[in-house]
Design a protein around this ligand. Structure first.
Ligand code: 1GP
Length: 248
């Protein structure tokens, strides 16, 4: 499990790690070199690649391009479906949407994907994905046909997170959904981090370094941002995110 262990070691020297999500439908391939170079210079820890939908027709080539420019940083797939698997990546978040009750997204797609991942020899990182209510319906909610957890019920989130830990998941992803109106509340992150001992990824609707800082202080192990940098790939903003998340 080299990538999983590498990511965990990020936290030996800093408060939390920072992942930038690259959605093939939102970042044009010709912009990747600049986008990735800026992120590496700022000190991000890994790239996630994927999206709830995939209109981009050449996913494998796209991942290869990211890998080409990403130097030694891990490129980790964050697949919205079985069609988003590429051997060019270093690892893959092997996601089960445990917040929902749609069996297809809990175990159905995983059974289809597992032999492909095995054959391609991609490192799977088992991820208990918990969608959290965040304002207007998100693509993840709509596409998965699941209801998110109520944002004001940390105890329900804790029950799911404990179940994930007992089932042996390697990480929990507390997700507001891409472009969420409201990010996952700190109260929920704190409650989950106090009750479990597996790393917690938090993403969805995080737009400022200050928000990211508060999530880390509440117990997030990794922060994911996508939209904010797709809209404004400002090197200063990325550096501010890195500083807020690493808290050095
Ligand atoms: C979505 O958590 C990620 O799965 C990132 O969300 O695009 O809102 O930053 P944003």
């Amino acid at each position: 499990m080299p990538v999983y262990h590498d990511l965990l070691s990020v936290m030996d020297n800093q408060a939390a790690g920072y992942f930038i999500l690259i959605d093939p439908d939102k970042t044009r391939e010709e912009n990747l070199p600049h986008h990735i170079e800026t992120a590496i210079e700022a000190g991000v820890d890994a790239f996630l690649v994927g999206g709830s939908l995939l209109m981009h027709g050449h996913f494998d080539d796209y991942v290869k391009a990211i890998k080409k420019y990403s130097a030694n940083l891990p490129v980790v797939l964050f697949p919205g479906g079985v069609h988003q698997i590429s051997p060019a990546a270093d690892a893959l978040l092997f996601i089960s949407i445990i917040s929902g009750r749609n069996v297809e997204y809990i175990i159905g797609s995983q059974v289809v994907a597992a032999p492909i991942i095995h054959k391609l020899n991609i490192e799977p990182i088992s991820t208990a994905y918990m969608l959290v209510e965040s304002g207007r319906p998100t693509s993840a909610e709509f596409m998965s046909g699941t209801r998110p957890l109520p944002a004001h019920k940390p105890d329900i989130a804790v029950a799911h997170a404990l179940a994930a830990q007992y089932l042996g998941f390697q990480t929990i992803y507390l997700e507001g959904g891409s472009g969420a109106d409201h990010s996952v509340p700190e109260e929920m992150i704190y409650a989950v981090s106090q009750s479990t001992n597996i790393p917690i990824i938090v993403g969805g609707g995080i737009r400022t370094p200050d928000q990211a800082h508060k999530k880390v202080s509440a117990g997030a192990s990794f922060i994911v941002t996508g939209n904010v940098l797709e809209k404004n790939n400002d090197p200063h903003l990325i550096k501010d995110f890195v500083a807020a998340i690493h808290q050095q």
